[in-house]
Design a protein around this ligand. Structure first.
Ligand SMILES: [Zn+2]
Length: 75
């Protein structure tokens, strides 16, 4: 999903049950698909870029902090 044809950068569909291949929805030609993994080709595995983990940054205040802020606002 989310794959785009190499020719038109259009959506593709998969055709064929025994030999599945992508067909470009725009020009109706059998096409290659732009894969995200292509960007990693040729990279040494040791230098492979690992996406930074989504930082689990706590944005919510603790009830104690909330009370302190409310108190600061009120007084
Ligand atoms: Zn195409």
């Amino acid at each position: 999903m989310g794959q785009r044809s190499d020719c038109c950068n259009a959506k593709v569909k998969i055709v064929g049950e025994t030999d599945p291949h992508y067909v470009c929805r725009r020009c109706k030609q059998v096409c290659h698909v732009i894969m995200k993994v292509r960007q990693e080709w040729g990279l040494d595995p040791s230098t492979k870029i690992i996406p930074a983990k989504k930082r689990n940054k706590r944005t919510r205040l603790t009830p104690k902090e909330e009370r302190e802020i409310m108190r600061d606002l009120l007084y």
